[in-house]
Design a protein around this ligand. Sequence first.
Ligand code: NA7
Length: 893
Amino acid sequence: MPEAMATARASDNTGNQATQQVDVAVVGAGFAGLYLLYRLRKAGLKTVALEEAGDVGGTWYWNRYPGARCDIQTIDYSYTFDPDLERVWTWSEKYATQPEILRYLGFVADRYDLRREIRFGTKVTTARWDEAAECWQLTTDNGANVSCRHYIMATGCLSTPKPPEIDGVKDFKGEVYFTGRWPHDEVKLAGKRVAVIGTGSSGIQSIPFFAEQAAQVTVFQRTPNFALPAHNGSAPADRKALLEKDRAGYREQARWSLAGVPYPQQTVVSWQLSDAERRERFERAWAAGDLVHILTQLWADQGVDVDGNALVAELMREKIRASVNDPDTAETLSPHDHPFGAKRPCLDTNYYATYNRPNVTLVNLRQEPIKAITATGIATDKRSFDVDVIVFATGFDAMTGAITAVHPIAGRAGKSLSSVWANGPQTYLGLTVAGFPNLFMITGPGSPSVLSNMVVSIEQHVDWVVDRLSAMREAGFTVMEATETAQAGWARHMSDCAMLTLHRLANTWYTGANVPGKVQGVMPYTGGVGPYRSICSEVVSRGMLGFKLSGPNVAEQCNDGEVVRLQPDVRLVLNMLADMNLPPIETFGAAGARLFVNEFNKSRPLGRPVGEVVDGTLPGSDGPLPYRLYRPATPGPHPIVVYFHGGGWVLGDEQSDDPFCRDMCRRSGMIFVSVGYRHAPEHRFPTAAEDGYAATRWIAEHAVELGGRSGPVLVAGWSAGGNIAAVTCQLARERGGPQIAGQLLVCPVVDCTFDRPSYTENATGYFLTRSLMYWFWDIYCSPADRTDPRVSPLRGKLEGLPPAFLVTCEFDPLRDEGIAYGDALAKAGVPVEQLQARGHFHSSFTMVDMVITGVSGREKMADALRRFAGQAGASENARHARTAPRPEVDAAE
Ligand code: NA7
């Protein structure tokens, strides 16, 4: 029986001051609050929703400014929990207006009779966790206080308008409006002079309306924003047809997509397309008038790589120049300070063309900041503007403001949520906070929320929370609380995810930068809706990982830990590989395995362009060997890196690490020569080692012919190639040359024993398995030869070797032997730097286009190579370093 039924009779909302006892209290009656009420009632939990507004609607109740619409297509911006609801409600437009969305939410509230559990006009003034009673005690400003076992914040992300932060607002004698708190009665602007401060979505949507009514509109812009024409009208036929053809499938695809809208994942990268092809895609996106489309469907690197993004940004600026007659105004409206999509782009109707009207003026606050608001208008440090009306479209204290600014929340030991979040929001899954038992947030910081179709995220969060409450009740648990370990792990995962996108490169409300003094960091979860959903499910399937559960008559349960320890993109790659259900590579036999790897490599996107790629042959230890040379686009001569591919001495060839070689050639500004050394079983130990050494010697002797710099070469290799590079350094020292200036060893094989912990911890599940390593060793090298330093360089003499940069990955069987080699080199007096990459697996750094979080590691590798070559900063890299995403948080360490 729900607890509340057994406790004191609930008070009504007529002012009876007896505390209202419920199982669950919800704050807010917007999209999240309404669906919560629906689900909680079905779950048999007694619930009250407390809503400050006079009616349902949440953000859509308050944001009534002219032109307010959603910016996700309405067929997607709808509840999906009840197919009948979808049948009885039809949206009239592609992007519904605020009044229509409000009507929809009212319709939903009536259809499911939800209003009877809502106390309108009621604000929660404090919330306190009562340790003794194990429930939340809420005070309200209207009617009874509330006592509840569970407390759920369905307060939205954009519900606390930001104060204007401009002196003198109180002195102004005219009318003042905030877009986020627009009056319910009509605001008459005819014949008036209107100032608008702010050019985010609210400004961009409303300015064209103001311009049509007012005598004069002056727009005060601090940062220009990208906007795309909405091309509103009826819902596009193609999207509608897709939905109608298979409604359930369409909705399910949305739930597993990245943004909560069912678009496929784009795989073509910008450099695979010609200028004309890119323009054609862009024009199609422009005509579609759909933010999710333009943000996700142009080319795969647009959202993750500054160079790929710059191509879209320039096409957008071209459109602004084409729409605005005055070139100076067009330039002022053109964003240059942030990547496209890093700040939320807007959907507009006639926004840019509005600046062609004679009654509209744009003021660039970057050139003339506002000094003060005066009795008659706005004074910048250059001019004064007399106006009758000031509209603040200045945005919100987003995400956290909607929770902490609403009322004080005190958790265990009376700790306030504001103080716990003083250095930025800390959550587990964006749904819960350690130290705040039974408190839940819907679309809280740390969840995909504003980077997704909110309705899809809301339904997922609500389902997850209500299912947990039901499961707790069944098991006899009454208290649920996130652990500190789980929360700290989520913070790490959040910052790893933030490395994936470009959001960290812009000052926005996503990062808290719009509110003076607010701690900055990317607040929404950037890993995507589908991955987030799977993580939430994983928490449950792993026994409520990271939660402590307790109850009066049951043993406490705490399955502590971090739900995601892999880098987010590594997790996706490994999940994808697991879904392919491949048989172990070693079961194919050597020939079959080679065929498999070749096929697998064909599915990779082409590596990035470099100056030149030349194929050739060189004399090996016993006959010619193929090589592939990658030359930078910058003027030479360049230092040469002799590169050895991975593949366990059995697989691969001089082309198989093509994307890695191209990437490193660009980053380091050096020639990479990838050597096609011979493989086992045809050529067993020590062939690979001898070929590697012979090739290095020949390349060093022919450096100038190859267009490289004379003098010492560098060596590099990955996996078994790292083994060959390490061995080559030892052989070169013993055999009197060639001179090697440095060695880059990426996840190298360096020893023949399999007893280090990483061989057990990472034996399976991370692509390179222990059994595959056994197989490689068996094919290449007899047991009797294995301690030879030409295959186990850890057992060789290490003094006097060239400086090394040694990369190991946390989830790699080879991790510990790599670290051991680095330690042994250092002990032998060799200058060595180790990069121990957290959350990465054996292939992280060579899967260049799939593991974006490998970028910062490759930047470090390139830096090391340049240092070895005596070059502090090479030209191509310097260019790259300027434009490549600069990690704020280093994911690779
Ligand atoms: P936004 O997107 O935060 O936009 C606020 C705008 O106001 C933005 O252009 C700000 O410039 C500007 N602003 C804020 N404070 C000031 C001050 N003090 N002086 C001058 N200009 C200022 O809020 P919106 O309401 O438009 O949209 C919020 C979301 O709602 C939107 O993304 C949709 O998802 C729906 P800044 O960029 O900070 O320089």
